[in-house]
Design a protein around this ligand. Structure first.
Ligand SMILES: [Zn+2]
Length: 252
């Protein structure tokens, strides 16, 4: 019952995925590039999106350059193709950020300097909650962890669980108290240190990754899409959010 996915990182990040990963058929598609974009799909629904980048690279790479549809599009069901095209046509969100949003963005950038996940998590949660409030959707929980899991070639930047990570995934994680109480709630997980050197990622990189994962959430909660695809419209929405928040940073 696997519809579409990309090659999964084998170790150790796969352990962080839910039980679905155990039964995942592996299928390398054309998305396997410097930025590997992964969907874990079970029962025709995306269970988690896993965002990884090549080891040692600063950030997830930008949107696919080509405007044409990727090859895997033609293997989707008609219903999934409609979802893909609907999301692909939306390039921005109806969002006007006020002073609170800008100061929360600045606070997040500053929190990274502390080097510890907890203050970053609090700041990321506050920003995400404010953006959700402005967009009129329920907030989504954010967990920030320290060093990115990695395998031989790539490292994990973030994961979004549309329907929560499930109990088995929680058992495999270090930080899971709040998640354990609500295992079926949507969840964003981000890592704040690079895999090799354990450097704190650059503030703008972290902000972009956070907005990337938030975009996955908004695809469901706001845009009412059935799945959240990494298509051109998705990356434009991600960039719209980053541009909206970063441009107005104090002193910028
Ligand atoms: Zn993603």
């Amino acid at each position: 019952m696997i519809r579409e996915l990309e090659a999964l990182p084998k170790e150790p990040s796969q352990r962080l995925l839910d039980a679905a990963a155990n039964s995942v058929r592996r299928d390398v598609s054309e998305f396997l590039r410097p930025r590997t974009l992964l969907f874990v799909v079970v029962g025709y629904r995306i269970e988690a999106t896993v965002d990884v980048g090549l080891k040692g690279t600063a950030a997830l790479s930008p949107a696919p350059r080509k405007a044409e549809l990727p090859r895997f599009f033609y293997r989707l069901s008609a219903r999934a193709q409609r979802t893909y095209l609907k999301g692909n046509a939306i390039e921005r969100l109806d969002l006007v950020v006020g002073p609170a949003g800008f100061s929360l963005t600045a606070a997040l950038m500053g929190a990274l300097e502390f080097g510890a996940p907890s203050p970053v998590e609090r700041a990321a949660q506050a920003l995400v909650s404010e953006l959700c409030r402005l967009l009129g959707v329920r907030s989504v929980r954010v967990e920030v962890r320290s060093v990115r899991p990695r395998n031989a070639v790539s490292e994990l930047h973030g994961i979004f669980y549309p329907r929560g990570p499930g109990r088995r995934a929680i058992a495999a994680t270090v930080r899971g108290m709040a998640t354990a109480q609500h295992p079926s709630d949507p969840l964003i997980v981000l890592w704040m240190r690079t895999a090799q050197r354990h450097d704190v990622v650059k503030p703008k990189t972290f902000l972009r990754t956070l907005m990337h994962e938030l975009c996955h959430y908004l695809d469901y909660a706001l845009l009412k899409l059935e799945d959240s695809f990494h298509n051109s419209g998705f990356f434009k929405r991600e960039s719209f959010l980053v541009r909206t928040l970063y441009r107005a940073e104090p002193g910028a």
